[in-house]
Ligand binder design. Structure first.
Ligand code: 2M8
Length: 451
């Protein structure tokens, strides 16, 4: 499938078409060929897009995902589509082998054994805001959805704050690069330390869809990814065992910052539903813990928040978009907000004079590992632009937010609903017609019901 520009005035209609084409009846594949299953954080953004077309369908997107929630509260990063032909996506459900080794898996659906950032409560609340602006039956549908999903969201957040943060630091641990921003340079040092053991022969399916291999992780990266899965499988996907002995355990500031914002959304949901006071207090406590954790990872010299490698006990000093985790978490002191915004606007990020659009690159051009066309090592991701737009609005930074939205939409008009974009040339990369890209366009183009 080709990347194609879209006339600005057709963006909304074309974005809706992309969601409809990728719709599998109740859930949406993340991309037409490259990603034929349901991905966790993609589904949250996709649900926001659906809300503008049909609130009940938006609710259904997240219902399908949460139907695959594990008994531990874990929301898996992939929910596998049983109808997909063998070999179309790798690693497939058989490789993950979750049901073979864990009793905590959902009864009938096959999933991966990892997680992705918890943007779901943010999406649930956004669905409510969109429904409230629409009025009528949409409001009842959204309220019903919120009461169903509230306990699932609480269980999900509780899982992250216990299994992934047993010491209560407020920082969430990741066990695999696929839980964060895949082959971001944030993980390079930890990946380099992994001794890859015996792996069965495998064929990558991604390079069938993205022919230019330089846009995707290397084969060596894949060997480490698969070996880490192998180790997680050998630990029966048991979080306590993994936390104690897995060679890759990283406190991820982006995941942690998103969880703070998601807990604020959860608190709004709890208030709307009239949840018991003790529950709201627990959520407040989670928020305070998360803020404290993020504060402990602040690097004053870079003006960024840094991940922390639990195995080496060292901060990970890379300049990537994850460093703006405090901005996403929100409610910063005026000084901290000013610092984050200055770095965000600087030539090290959106303000690089050579960039086609003033949008956040996944990795800073100042970072030695920056590669403008390579997956998570430089390109812009439209759903991340949306997340910053949303965070800026929450911070009262309406002009900055409007500029991001403007450039974000023009990027899509010029290149279509691509998975990611080269920041200097604006070249669309990765998959065409990626669902979450279309979804954020729908939200940006919706009438004035912004958060
Ligand atoms: C990418 O990840 C998958 C593995 O989960 C892959 O490369 O096969 C990442 O961009 C991830 O963040 C995203 O959720 C997924 C689907 O869009 O693709």
């Amino acid at each position: 499938m080709q990347h194609e520009p879209v006339r600005f005035e057709d963006l909304s209609i074309r974005a809706a078409q992309v969601l409809r084409e990728n719709d599998q009846g109740g859930w949406t594949k993340a991309a037409p060929g490259l990603y034929p299953h349901q991905w966790s954080w993609d589904a949250a953004f996709v649900a926001i897009g659906w809300a503008h077309l049909d609130v009940e369908r938006a609710a259904q997107e997240l219902r399908s995902l949460f139907a695959a929630q594990w008994r531990t509260g874990k929301v898996p990063h992939i929910v596998f589509n049983p109808e997909v032909a063998a070999g179309s996506y790798f690693p497939d459900a058989a490789f993950w082998g979750c049901a073979r080794v864990s009793e905590n898996v959902p009864a009938v659906i096959e999933t991966s054994g990892l997680v992705q950032p918890p943007v779901h409560a943010i999406a649930a609340w956004r669905i409510w805001e969109v429904a409230r602006a629409q009025g009528g039956t949409a409001i009842d549908q959204a309220r019903r959805f919120l009461s169903e999903s509230y306990p699932q969201l609480v269980a999900w957040h509780r899982y992250l704050l216990s299994a992934r943060d047993p010491e209560g630091s407020g920082l969430i641990a990741t066990f695999h690069p696929w839980e964060g921003l895949d082959n971001s340079p944030r993980w390079d040092a930890a990946m380099a330390r992994i001794d890859v053991g015996e792996l069965p022969p495998f064929t990558r399916a991604d390079l069938e869809h993205v022919k230019d291999a330089s846009q995707r992780p290397t084969n060596e990266d894949y060997r480490v990814y698969l070996w880490l899965v192998e180790l997680l499988k050998r630990a029966d996907y048991d979080d306590a065992q993994i936390y104690a002995a897995h060679p890759y355990v990283i406190k991820d500031v982006l995941m942690s910052g998103i969880l703070v914002a998601a807990n604020e959304a959860l608190d709004h949901i709890a208030t709307l539903l009239g949840a018991p006071e003790e529950e709201r207090e627990t959520i407040q406590e989670w928020i305070a813990r998360g803020r404290k954790g993020l504060e402990s990872r602040w690097d004053a010299e870079l003006g960024l928040s840094l991940d922390y490698d639990v195995r080496t006990g060292e901060p990970i000093r890379t300049q990537t978009v994850a460093g703006f985790a405090p901005l996403i978490a929100g409610r910063l002191s005026p000084e901290r907000l000013a610092t984050q915004l200055a770095v965000f606007d600087s030539p090290a990020f959106c303000g690089h004079p050579g960039f086609r659009w003033a949008l956040p690159p996944s990795t800073s051009p100042d970072d030695p590992a920056f590669q403008p066309r390579s997956y998570w090592r430089g390109p812009n991701w439209p759903f991340l632009t949306w997340l910053f737009w949303w965070a800026l609005l929450r911070a009262g930074e309406t002009d900055r937010a409007a500029r991001l939205r403007h450039d974000g939409l023009h990027q899509l008009a010029a290149g279509g609903f691509a998975e990611y974009f080269e920041p200097f040339t604006g070249e669309p990369l990765g998959s065409a017609n990626q669902s979450w890209t279309a979804a954020v366009a729908l939200d940006w183009l919706a009438p004035a019901d912004a958060p």
